[in-house]
Unconditional design. Sequence first.
Length: 308
Amino acid sequence: MILTVTLNTAMDLTYRVPALTPHASHRVTQVIERPGGKGLNVARVLAALGHETVATGFAGGATGAVLREQLAATPVRDELVETAGPTRRTVAIVDTASGDTTQLNEPGPTVTAAEWTVFRTRFTALLDGATAVALCGSLPPGIHVGAYAELVRLARTAGVPVLLDTSGEPLRRGIAARPDLVKPNADELAQLTGTRDPLRATREARGRGARTVVSSLGPDGLLAATPGGLWRAAPPAAVKGNPTGAGDSAVAGLLSGLADDAPWPDRLSRAVALSAATVLSPVAGEFDPTAYEELLPRVKVTEEPDRP
């Protein structure tokens, strides 16, 4: 079983408009609503790939009730903890003419100390039987900034491989707790290390405590600094579409490879192909299965000299 953690779940709304113009009214041509937050996106992709997946984190209020109702229609097992405050919403506005997406994210409910204690107890129990755990996304108000570091240490004590995908100070503190893998994008990596050189930043991030660092290079694919060497993985060609959730699909690919004990080239191929297939999907945060199968054997993975 793969366990995903989403402390700041959301109901994701996607609005498609012919063209997005500031200060103007728009006629929406399509509305899509689904459970979201990075960890739930990861869980949904893993379940679609055939992995047994459990989702925990927080959900509350009327929005949280809708989220859980929709999650119940998926193969993902719901182990979310109830909060008094309402689950947030996110809005993605897709300009169908240009393919660009504008994202609006609410902050989320304030989680109480008692609610955090309930979650921590549930998380610890769920680690028993987990083959891997993913800690994903932002922290809602009320959660202390070292929360991910605390959860990384709990997973390591239980002997469960842990992946961390967050940003800012939670990433800085979390990586010091020595997770097995972190997956920052270019901006998150630059904020962490102070450099925008991908190779230098990836190496430096690994030196801060993570066993492996897989850096997202956007349309150029992934750069991975692993205990066994340095790898680059790139899609066969640039893809255009809605990038919402593409990074989460990459995390799912990495976890899928971990669960199957696949070699690093296979893990990275899955991650890149799933990410590109998510960009090509008409629904934000979901992947196009046909595109995934077509892209998977065409991902280019190269091992590079790991020199300073």
